[in-house]
Write a protein that binds this ligand. Sequence first.
Ligand SMILES: Cc1cc2nc3c(=O)[nH]c(=O)nc-3n(C[C@H](O)[C@H](O)[C@H](O)COP(=O)(O)O)c2cc1C
Length: 175
Amino acid sequence: MIVYATKYGSTSEYAEALARHLGVAAIRADEAVGLTGEEPYYVLGSPIYAFSVLPAMERFIEEQKQRLASRPLAAFVVCGDTLWNPRKGEGGWKNLRKLTRLLPREPFASAVFGGRMRMEELDAVDAPRIRAFYRQIGREPTGFDRMELGRVAEFSEDIRRELEKLRHPPREAAP
Ligand SMILES: Cc1cc2nc3c(=O)[nH]c(=O)nc-3n(C[C@H](O)[C@H](O)[C@H](O)COP(=O)(O)O)c2cc1C
């Protein structure tokens, strides 16, 4: 099962595309609280807002911690800054850590996807924040579209391959 959080819909596009590839359901984190079914595995996805995952995802993980600890987990984040920069501890690497550090176990697969921000869509809380941010860096608040739904196929293949390995771990080499 895929559980995701979203504010403006870009993360749900990734979650729905992944659900189609994997043939599983995608459900919103705020609707998944109180979930009682046993799923063979979970894929958790959240956008990054102000260097954090959305509160709905945090709440879901907190509430379902025990169940999540006993199941294979995969994780993805959707964000503006996707640059993979583990040495500096920045960029997409840092954004992914914001989700994975909340999990009760290491994910068996993970991904960072580019998101989208449309200025005209932002609500009364986000619009002034984003305008202030752009002012600070001396740029016009133009928004961006870094959606890369084409990469979902590759992520779903990763998930399938890793799940297969978990189901059939390689045998010890004969002496
Ligand atoms: C108020 C606000 C804060 C954001 N903060 C970050 C951030 O800290 N780091 C980042 O990489 N992207 C940031 N973004 C970009 C979002 O992660 C991106 O727009 C994402 O696609 C939104 O997902 P959603 O459409 O599923 O809500 C921010 C966007 C907004 C509107």
